[in-house]
Design a protein around this ligand. Structure first.
Ligand code: ADP
Length: 520
């Protein structure tokens, strides 16, 4: 099924993207952590390196090195003491001693140059640089020391600390002024520290790919699990079509976003099903309503064709057929209007009017038909009631309610139209003392083509279309109002319409509150 594959592809795409985002985040996180660790480790190692070279410098100055006044350097330590020997061994691995002019001095009585082989490999500082540094160091008290990083011939790294050491005359205050400064440099190998850093990088570099692969697998699996119900929903939605709109997608009872989506979807299908049903019912009703007059016309014409002999008989048949055609076009016109209204194509033309005038006019218009039916028609609209409404539609609404009331009220009965103004609303009540509507039929009277069984005139040209109250309901709804109906069979019916009235509509509220003589 090609369609099914499309849904799969969508979820697959989503799954892939989710995993990719997850992986990207993971890589950035790991790289960020690595960078922070690396920087932190470098600074810790830096401090350690300095501490080590400082310790050696302190030991050297503390007494292991003495420079005699004849410019010979001597190392003083207990050769039998293992610890002292080791300290001295470490100090003497990388060192050299020069006088203030940059010339290497001698070591011990034998007179060898005071420089270690390792320092020779690094390269003894040039004399000019030593002279400059001695000058710079002596400018401060205590004399300044220098840290430099150097490489030997093999490229190995060293941290060098250099500074001033005075000869033995300096020890005695009496001879201190005659003492001479010497330039001493010692160093430590940075190889062990670099090894730690390298090791860390190596471990991290081998852990990252493993973590990444695991993360990716986990992400792929999780995204797949999270999207699985989406696929199910899509498949269930696919099974729902016009013919089986009663199908619902079962919720997973997880109470999560997906359940909410399913619920919303189900509600949408429910509404769709209801309007689908309504449409089906409507087209069934329409065809039924149209068929009746068409069958009647056909019958009348056939009878005329086969049985009529005189012109008079032909005339009667044509008059009957025309009456039915009238009814047919009446139905079509009403339906067209109603469908325009319900699909929102019929916009309200609101204007600021006094509802009392509309009530009064219509009651006047209905006086003649009411008198013909021997029904008393009373208007009870005592005060001005200003509202912003569509005059034509409100008149249509009242016409429908009044014609029903008059039609369903027997001789001697009474129909009353009451208008009341309340803060924020206007109320129009049309009540009659007519046949009433049984409770079981009440919920249907606003449906299209619905006529209470057994009510009104027998089927024929006078029979109502069953569309009047559908119009009334639409007009009230379009005005954001409400309509209620109370009825008791044999005693009468009361329709109560409430229309909202905005504060601005009641331009003269004090006038509206004033009682005005009722018109009859
Ligand atoms: P109709 O064109 O048949 O009057 P409506 O939609 O106006 O159609 O009314 C639907 C049905 O509601 C009517 O057929 C009638 O049975 C019932 N009805 C409406 N108004 C009244 C009333 N005032 N008294 C009794 N029955 C009424």
């Amino acid at each position: 099924m090609p369609r099914k594959r499309t849904y799969r592809q969508i979820t697959r795409g989503l799954r892939f993207r989710l995993t990719a985002v997850y992986a990207l985040f993971f890589v950035f996180l790991l790289a960020g952590v690595a960078a922070v660790f690396q920087v932190r480790l470098a600074s810790v190692l830096d401090v350690q390196e300095r501490n080590l070279v400082d310790q050696q410098w302190a030991a050297l100055k503390g007494g292991y090195l003495r420079i005699e006044k004849n410019a010979h350097a001597f190392w003083y330590y207990d050769q039998d003491d293992e610890d002292e020997s080791r300290i001295l061994f470490n100090i003497k691995r990388v060192y050299f001693i020069a006088d203030r002019n940059g010339n290497l001095i001698h070591e011990g009585e034998a007179g060898d140059d005071a420089v270690s082989t390792e320092y020779e490999s690094i390269g003894v500082d040039p004399a000019a640089e030593i002279r400059a540094r001695v000058r710079e160091a002596l400018a401060t008290n205590p004399p300044k020391t220098f840290y430099t990083e150097r490489r030997d011939k093999q490229g190995a790294h060293f941290l060098i600390r250099s500074g001033i050491v005075f000869d033995e005359l300096h020890q005695n205050p009496a001879t201190a002024s005659m003492s001479a400064p010497y330039y001493v440099a010692i160093g430590i190998s940075l190889a062990p520290f670099e090894a730690i850093s390298r090791q860390f990088t190596l471990i991290y570099a081998s852990v990252i790919p493993v973590a990444l692969i695991l993360g990716l697998l986990l992400g792929w699996f999780m995204a797949g699990r999270a999207l699985e119900p989406v696929l199910e929903v899509a498949q269930a939605a696919q099974r729902i079509s016009g013919s089986n709109l009663s199908l619902r997608i079962p919720t997973r009872k997880a109470g999560d976003e997906l359940d909410y989506l399913i619920l919303t979807f189900n509600r949408m299908i429910e509404r769709l099903e209801a309007s689908f049903q309504q449409m089906k019912q409507f087209s069934a009703d329409v065809s039924h309503e149209l068929r009746t007059p068409i069958t009647a016309i056909r019958g009348q014409l056939e009878v005329a064709l086969f049985t009529a002999k005189t012109n008079e008989q032909y005339r009667d048949a044509i008059v009957d057929a025309l009456q039915d055609i009238d009814r047919l076009s009446q139905i079509v016109r009403a339906l067209l209007l109603l469908s325009q209204a319900e699909s929102g194509q019929l916009a309200l033309q609101k204007s600021h009017i006094d509802l009392r005038l509309i009530v009064r006019d219509l009651v006047e218009q209905f006086q003649i038909p009411a008198e013909a039916e021997k029904v008393r028609l009373i208007a009870d609209a005592p005060s001005e009631c200003l509202a912003s409404v569509d005059r034509v539609q409100i008149e249509r609404m009242l016409t429908n309610l009044l014609s029903n009331a008059v039609k369903f009220t027997p001789e001697g009965g009474e129909v009353r139209v009451r208008l009341r103004s309340y803060p924020g609303s206007a109320e129009i009540v049309v009540e009659d003392t007519g046949s009433g509507i049984a409770k079981e039929y009440l919920p249907h009277i606003f449906d299209r083509f619905y006529r209470v069984p057994g009510s009104g005139p027998a089927p024929g040209p006078d029979q109502g279309l069953g569309l009047g109250l559908s119009f009334v309901a639409w007009i009230v709804k379009a005005h954001q109002g409400t309509i209620n109906v109370d009825s008791s069979p044999g005693r009468g019916t009361r329709f109560t319409v409430r229309l909202p009235v905005e504060a601005g509509d009641q331009t003269a509220p004090e006038l509206a509150a004033e009682p005005v003589a009722s018109e009859r």
